[in-house]
Design a protein around this ligand. Structure first.
Ligand SMILES: [Zn+2]
Length: 65
């Protein structure tokens, strides 16, 4: 069990896709949603996890500051 999971591709050879949106660093909205998502996952509240994902996903950021 020493394989690096980050380097293992999917069974069909396609690259691993980030299933959940990533909170934008420094954004209070994304940061709050990310924390909410973490707590929801810890507590097993899948609906709340999905809700937090939607908040982050629907909060777009420009690539350039
Ligand atoms: Zn944001």
């Amino acid at each position: 069990m020493s394989k690096d999971h980050h380097a293992v591709p999917n069974a069909d050879g396609s690259p691993i896709v980030q299933l959940e949106p990533i909170a934008h660093p420094g954004c209070p909205i994304c940061t709050a949603a990310d924390r909410h998502r973490w707590e929801a996952r810890r507590d097993g509240r899948t609906m709340a996890v999905a809700d937090a994902n939607r908040i982050i996903h629907d909060h777009p950021h420009r690539s350039a500051a």
